[in-house]
Write a protein that binds this ligand. Structure first.
Ligand code: SAM
Length: 289
């Protein structure tokens, strides 16, 4: 068995050999604890039939663990300086392809068609760059690419918001957006000490299993998400107040919104954060009729 990349000693040696300096602006916090990497791969249930998309391989710590278990790994890395390093560290793994690109600009559908035709399932597995966690997760969900799921390390605070239930302080439009598409669960919290350099915030590993169809039936998705965002626009305002002020044409449609709420028996004096995803769907579908 090859020596792991993700030990403090080997990581330090690799970084020194290439004179690599971390870029904070790219969210570069590398994992140096093999046990945490193994747990990520375990939670993703990667097998020899899995195609894995990795975002931000760094010097290849997680990529290596994925390559040992997956059929194929395609990793998107934005930082040009890491390419020669990855070329060396991942040379023992012919089933890895590194693509030098900002993942937010990547055509993932084509990447999947080109690379994973012989895989049974596709997972996204990553230790995410924290400055773009939410845009990355929303891109993966909204593009409706054929994913089985997403297992990623992120800020604990974002994991709490994603997995939150109604009426909790963390529940908001991010919880609803992610839970609409997936079953979300925080599987582990992770101390700062397993990274170099150590991030300022605590971390967590979250598992999102993509639903066969969204959790609720919605006639117009764009309008559904507009309602959700409006309802949380000012958390201390009532639902009615937020809808009137933050929906397009809300003020003109105040009477109609009031009537609709009465018809579906949702009290306009409630706070948006008390509504379940089913109630948001009902509200959105009735307002569009
Ligand atoms: N996977 C490595 C590990 O666990 O040690 C590195 C993880 S580090 C938290 C995030 C990585 O994402 C860095 O290598 C960084 O250069 C890369 N990155 C940052 N923004 C990116 C983007 N928009 N697209 C692709 N990679 C990005």
């Amino acid at each position: 068995m090859m020596k792991d990349i993700a030990t403090p000693i080997r990581t330090k040696a690799i970084l020194e050999k290439y004179g690599f300096s971390f870029k904070k602006s790219l969210g570069q916090n590398f994992l140096i604890e093999p046990n945490v990497l193994t747990r990520i791969v375990d939670h993703a249930e990667v097998t020899e039939e899995t195609g894995v998309i990795e975002i931000g391989p760094g010097i290849g710590a997680l990529t290596e663990q994925l390559a040992r278990r997956a059929k194929k790994v395609v990793a998107f890395e934005i930082d040009q300086r890491l390419l020669p390093i990855l070329n060396e560290t991942l040379s023992p793994y012919p089933n890895v392809k590194v693509i030098h690109q900002d993942v937010l600009e990547a055509d993932l559908k084509t990447a999947i068609e080109e690379n994973f035709h012989d895989c049974k399932e596709i997972m996204v597995v990553a230790n995410l760059p924290y400055y773009v966690t939410t845009p990355i997760i929303m891109k993966l969900l909204e593009e409706k690419i054929p994913l089985k799921g997403i297992v990623v390390m992120l800020q604990k605070e974002v994991a709490d918001r994603i997995a939150a239930s109604p009426s909790s302080k963390d529940y908001g439009s991010l919880s609803i957006a992610v839970q609409y598409y997936t079953e979300a669960k925080t599987v582990m919290t992770v101390p700062k000490t397993v990274f170099v350099p150590q991030p300022n915030v605590d971390s967590a590993i979250i598992r999102l299993l993509v639903r066969e169809k969204p959790q609720v039936e919605v006639d117009n998705e764009d309008f559904f998400f507009q309602i959700v965002r409006a309802s949380f626009a000012q958390r201390r305002k009532t639902l009615l107040n937020n809808l009137v002020h933050f929906l397009p044409n809300g003020k003109e449609r105040k009477a109609f919104i009031e009537e609709t709420l009465a018809e579906i028996k949702i009290d306009g004096k409630r706070r948006g954060e008390t509504l379940s995803i089913e109630e948001f769907a009902l509200l959105s579908n009735t307002l569009t009729k």
